[in-house]
Structures are given as structure tokens and as C-alpha cells.
Design a protein around this ligand. Structure first.
Ligand code: GSH
Length: 264
């Protein structure tokens, strides 16, 4: 006899400090974790197991599965958008399209896509390259990448942010959570502090939230953490965010992908 209540809870498969972290952070901010969305933490090797590849043939993080609804999706932007539209019914982290000006709605859609499709892959590749052995690094790629951030991606983000506290105005939204992931790479590459202080300040504000520590698997920030006065300290501590062992994990995973045996 089939029992609907026995269907597995909708599940976000998450690897800490990957692009699933902003989604997990959004679920925490909305108090949706285990209520009703389960978050299952995986390791990089877990992404390549037959069990995970059956959910997500790309073998990447994130993946969202709701078996009861026949949902199995794995693009970070789509997972974030779906979860907010389906579960953030009070529009806490996304615009209420019934009342929001069309321009806000358009900018929100644009920024979510810009961050997940352009900014995050760009900065992630650039940062990972700096962790390769020195003799395997391409100085031209690194310099061109830094220049491209300074002249195109950084100014574009800073212009959208303007002098507002958050990308969408006075209120935190999913855009801020998504952008914190690539901004952390930009911060590690020392691309923010001098040239984009408003982006650095936004990153520190997001990083100071307890939900960030949980989603990125970091020690919780001190209770009195205040990004408005402690940017330097907050961002100094953010260096702890990206231990080399973590990236070794990614590089090893990428290397193993490249040496996969041919399909039979
Ligand atoms: N376009 C995908 C990319 C996902 C992706 O590449 N995630 C990385 C972590 S940030 C990953 O799983 N890397 C492991 C691998 O490629 O083996 C998305 O935005 O969800």
C-alpha cells in the first residue's frame, strides 16, 4: 500500500562552500531547514558516486530533489529561484511580483542570473587557478582575469549595488546571498578592498550572519559581530573561509574527472 507521508522530504544536496551554500543560507534565513526541506551534506567524492550521478548527471553541487513532485534539478540559479517561489510565500528574500515595480523584478532576475552564470564561474576558475603549483600557473590568464574583474564585473556589480545597503534596496534578498560566494573569491584575490569597498562591505555583512557560518561550515561569528564597524576584522577572518584542503578537494575531483575511463 502506498503511503504519501512516507515519501522522502524535499532534499537539497549540498557541499559546504560550494554554490549550494547560498541556497542553504537562504533556507536557514527562511527557517525552512527540516521544515519541510531536508539538507543533506555531501563531500566532493560523493558527487561522483552512481547514487548522486543518478540525481545529477553533471556530478555537481547543488542538487534539489522532491521525489513526491517528480522534481530533480541541479542548476544553482534555478534551485534558488524554485525554492523561493515555492516556499518563500511571504516574499522575504525575493520580490513580490504582485506589488514590486517591474524594474525591481527585472533587476532581481538579471542579478541572480548574472551572479550564477557569469560572476561565480569566472571568479571560481580564477581563484582555483591561483592554487595550482606555481609552475603550472598561467600569468597571462591570471592578469587578464584580474583586469577583467576590475574593469567589467566589479564595476557592474558595484553599479547595481550603488549606495544601497543591499542589492535590492534596504532589505536582504537572495541576490546578496548568491553574490557572497563569488565575492569571497574576489576578496581572497585581494580584488575588493581598494577598488570596490561597497562590495567588500556587503560581503562582510553577509558573512557576519550566523546562517553564513552554518551554510559554509565555519565557526559561528561572535555574537557582537558588527560588519559596519569591523570590516577589516570580518574580512581578515574570511581568509579562514577557504582552506587549501578544500580546494585540493576540488582540484583532485576535477583531475579525476579528466581521467575518467571512456564510457562503455
Ligand atoms: N552551473 C552549475 C555549476 C555547479 C558546479 O560546478 N558546482 C561546483 C561547486 S561550486 C561543483 O560541484 N564542482 C565539482 C565538480 O565539478 O566536480 C550551477 O551553477 O549549479
Amino acid at each position: 500500500m502506498s503511503d504519501e507521508s512516507a515519501a522522502p522530504a524535499p532534499t537539497l544536496y549540498h557541499v559546504p562552500r560550494t554554490i549550494s551554500s547560498p541556497i542553504y543560507q537562504a533556507l536557514l534565513e527562511l527557517d525552512l531547514v527540516n521544515n519541510p526541506i531536508r539538507v543533506e551534506t555531501l563531500s566532493f567524492p560523493d558527487l561522483k558516486t552512481p547514487e548522486h550521478l543518478a540525481r545529477n548527471p553533471m556530478g555537481t553541487s547543488p542538487t534539489f530533489v522532491d521525489a513526491k513532485e517528480g522534481i530533480d534539478i541541479w542548476e544553482s540559479g534555478a534551485v534558488m529561484m524554485y525554492l523561493l517561489e515555492a516556499y518563500d510565500t511571504k516574499c522575504v528574500l525575493h520580490p513580490d511580483t504582485k506589488i514590486a515595480p517591474k524594474r525591481d523584478h527585472a533587476n532581481y532576475c538579471h542579478l541572480c542570473q548574472y551572479v550564477t552564470a557569469t560572476v561565480y564561474p569566472f571568479l571560481s576558475s580564477l581563484f582555483l587557478h591561483t592554487l595550482e603549483p606555481a609552475d603550472q600557473q598561467d600569468p597571462v590568464y591570471l592578469q587578464t582575469g584580474r583586469d577583467t574583474f576590475k574593469t567589467k564585473l566589479g564595476p557592474t556589480l558595484a553599479k547595481f549595488l550603488g549606495d544601497k545597503p543591499f542589492f535590492m534596496g534596504d532589505k536582504l534578498s537572495a541576490v546578496d546571498l548568491l553574490v557572497a560566494k563569488p565575492l569571497n573569491n574576489a576578496h581572497s584575490l585581494n580584488l575588493l578592498k581598494d577598488d570596490f569597498p561597497t562590495l567588500q562591505h556587503l560581503f562582510c555583512k553577509i558573512k557576519s550572519r550566523p546562517s553564513f557560518a552554518i551554510a559554509y561550515n565555519l565557526p559561528l561569528p561572535p555574537a557582537d559581530d558588527d560588519a559596519t564597524t569591523h570590516d577589516e576584522e570580518c574580512c581578515r577572518r574570511s581568509m579562514v573561509l577557504l582552506p587549501s584542503e578544500f580546494y585540493d578537494g576540488i582540484i583532485t575531483t576535477r583531475a579525476s574527472l579528466l581521467s575518467l575511463p571512456p564510457a562503455e
